[in-house]
Write a protein that binds this ligand. Sequence first.
Ligand SMILES: NC(=O)c1ccc[n+]([C@@H]2O[C@H](COP(=O)([O-])OP(=O)(O)OC[C@H]3O[C@@H](n4cnc5c(N)ncnc54)[C@H](OP(=O)(O)O)[C@@H]3O)[C@@H](O)[C@H]2O)c1
Length: 262
Amino acid sequence: MGQLDGRVAIVTGSGRGIGKATALTYGKEGAKVVVASRTPATTEAVARQIRDAGGTAIAVACDVGHKDQIRAMVDKAVEEFGRVDILVNNAQGFGTEANPQKSTVFVAVQDTDDAELEYTFRTGALATLWAMQAVYPHMKKQGGGKIINFASAAGMTGDPGNTSYNVTKEAIRVMTRTAAREWGPDGIQINTVNPFLRTDAWESWEKARPDDVKKYADSVPMKRLGDPMKDGGPLMVFLASDANSYMTGHDFNLDGGWEIHA
Ligand SMILES: NC(=O)c1ccc[n+]([C@@H]2O[C@H](COP(=O)([O-])OP(=O)(O)OC[C@H]3O[C@@H](n4cnc5c(N)ncnc54)[C@H](OP(=O)(O)O)[C@@H]3O)[C@@H](O)[C@H]2O)c1
């Protein structure tokens, strides 16, 4: 018996990193998983890994910066599996549409570029809103669902040089709280995760600002950076499962205590 037996879960940005770890863990726990991100080769590989382990999964190519692609991803989930129980809004774009990046390009507030802010916001906050709107009628009809959004400590602390990302991630946190209040009567629970886990995005951030990132990592009270599978998987399952029956509108800092270190 898995903790998510029979549930249908959509995980955006699940070709790599935290999204991939979430998709694999959900598959192991019995969920039918929609593995979605831009690169078909990685989504196919993750979906295959779930199926090879005895689970159920399909791959969907979806650039979350485009509303029509998000709608098509949700339609595909419903067409294939008949319902949507879990939505994980994990994908986040950086840079610009013409020149996407793996993580933040650090620039001061006064040098923040409109195109970069627009793309970061569109692939983060707007994409999260669009996916929530697309699953809402299904979850309402089913009598409930779980939505997990991704924000960041960067927004909460006002990380210097990170304006576009900070704006986007704080918008996601407040959107989560607003929807939690509006959709609570429908049985839909929505929470936010603020992670501190070693992934490609972390490594490219480390390359861009080695001293700052070392300082952040060294100040984690648990004295290690989290691992997406080992540390992320269990929290993601808990938030999506029946064990989480009464928590909504909250932030979960998956960060070894970093948020309280100062
Ligand atoms: N790692 C951390 O410590 C940390 C800290 C704070 C917040 N976060 C947040 O946690 C989430 C996951 O981060 P991560 O570290 O796992 O990142 P990652 O390793 O860089 O993985 C990002 C995933 O998102 C996909 N993606 C990127 N842009 C996309 C788009 N426009 N449409 C659809 N998919 C897209 C990527 O695949 P494709 O390139 O194939 O699309 C990839 O699968 C993000 O929201 C991030 O901001 C992470």
